[in-house]
Design a protein around this ligand. Structure first.
Ligand SMILES: [Zn+2]
Length: 388
């Protein structure tokens, strides 16, 4: 193991990683490929070994906004792996976690060609939509809300029902399009949403087609549900947000950390043997705690930036390579403080590294104030001193 690590300088441009291939044929194929790569000094995708085409890779996903002053990673990830990583991990990170909520709140949009998903109505890459529940003081009930960024308002989530029991407890939920009859509806309500048996009033939020559909779905269910009139305008108080994510969310964070490291440390290409476990985790998953830890006890830096900023820093030492990340930091008092308390620590390697690699780095990805796009950029990257 150590030999490999000490060899990192020499191995820089060498394709020496072949995850997921172990049969004899594959091995000999790879040997040839490796020889070829050595002879031609050809660049290979660090994940699959393909010789291209490569995609432009940004350590920080483009959808969080493009930042000036941080280079791309050239000839590192092939287009296939890039779209695979995006579709299985980054999509969830960008649509289902707390960062997605803040991104939406600030109205940050990614590349134009990316289809916009309403994060409050649709889940992504295996995780459900974000629940943003607020108390409507006009109606006296809790409702699922969504942002309406173009008008900077808040609106009820479409195709939603709220069940209210006699004690006034509310169960707001989205009604999926696949539910066609009473039986499916009842099973969904009991097993998926886990609403206890009992008598409920029901409120609907949706267009006329949805209301008709709901009346039909509920009509067969006897006296258990009383349908109330559609509500007047809403007035929200004390919203509460719930994000549910899977390991894909953490794999996206591991990817950001790994690619950040590869961008700031040019001694490594990323295909070195020492990074085999982290590459495998990003692409195939695994035990999250072995690679990514979520901490809340303290923030990433003693002094927080005044305006919205992402901070990524690297501590590369004899104990291994660690990357610390915290997204959307803002020292001002804001209603989302609780959502923004998470700091991530990603371990890229457990082993100690070659002396040439020992270093510490810290970068601030700071948004322009106010949030706006200038010449295609949402902000700038500033290297700063690593502070404990
Ligand atoms: Zn690839």
């Amino acid at each position: 193991m150590l030999e490999h690590e000490l060899d990192i300088r020499k191995a820089k441009n060498r394709y020496n990683s072949y995850p997921m291939l172990d049969s004899k044929t594959h091995m000999s194929m790879i040997k040839t490929r490796e020889l070829l790569a050595d002879m031609t000094n050809e660049k290979r995708c660090i994940y699959c070994g393909a010789s291209g085409p490569f995609s432009k890779e940004h350590a920080l996903p483009y959808s969080l906004g493009h930042f000036k002053g941080f280079p791309e990673l050239p000839d590192t990830v092939c287009a296939d792996c890039n779209s695979r990583i995006i579709s299985i991990t980054e999509d969830q990170f960008l649509h289902c976690g707390p960062e997605a909520f803040i991104k939406e709140f600030l109205g940050i949009t990614g590349r134009k060609e990316h289809k916009r998903i309403n994060i409050f109505e649709r889940g992504s890459a295996g995780a459900p939509p974000i629940d943003f529940v607020g108390y409507d003081s006009n109606l006296g009930i809790h409702i699922l809300f969504k942002f309406n960024p173009s008008q900077q308002t808040i609106k009820e989530v479409n195709k939603q029902i709220v069940f209210i029991n006699k004690k006034g407890e509310c169960f707001p939920f989205r009604v999926p399009d696949w539910i066609k009859d009473n039986k499916q509806f009842l099973t969904y309500v009991r097993e998926e949403i886990k609403i206890p048996k009992g008598n409920y009033d029901a409120r609907f939020f949706g267009d006329d087609t949805f209301l008709l559909r709901m009346e039909r779905l509920l009509s067969g269910l006897g006296k258990n549900f009383t349908i109330l009139e559609p509500p007047p305008e809403v007035n929200i108080k004390n919203p509460k947000t719930t994000c549910r994510v899977t390991d894909r969310y953490f794999r996206a964070i591991a990817k950001i950390a790994f690619h950040y490291f590869l961008t700031v440390v040019d001694l490594c290409r990323g295909d070195e043997d020492v990074f085999r476990p982290i590459r495998d985790f990003i692409i195939n998953g695994g035990v999250v705690e072995e690679f990514v830890k979520q901490k809340t006890e303290k923030t990433i830096e003693p002094e927080l930036p005044h305006w919205w900023t992402h901070i990524i820093k690297m501590d590369c030492g004899y104990g291994g390579i660690f990357i610390y990340l915290q997204f959307f930091i803002n020292s001002q008092d804001n209603p989302f403080k609780d959502m923004l308390k998470y700091k991530f620590m990603v371990r890229l390697s457990r082993n100690h590294v070659t002396p040439g690699l020992i270093s510490r780095k810290c970068h601030h990805f700071a948004y322009y104030q106010p949030i706006q796009k200038i010449d295609g950029y949402y902000g700038e990257v500033v290297e700063s001193e690593f502070k404990d």
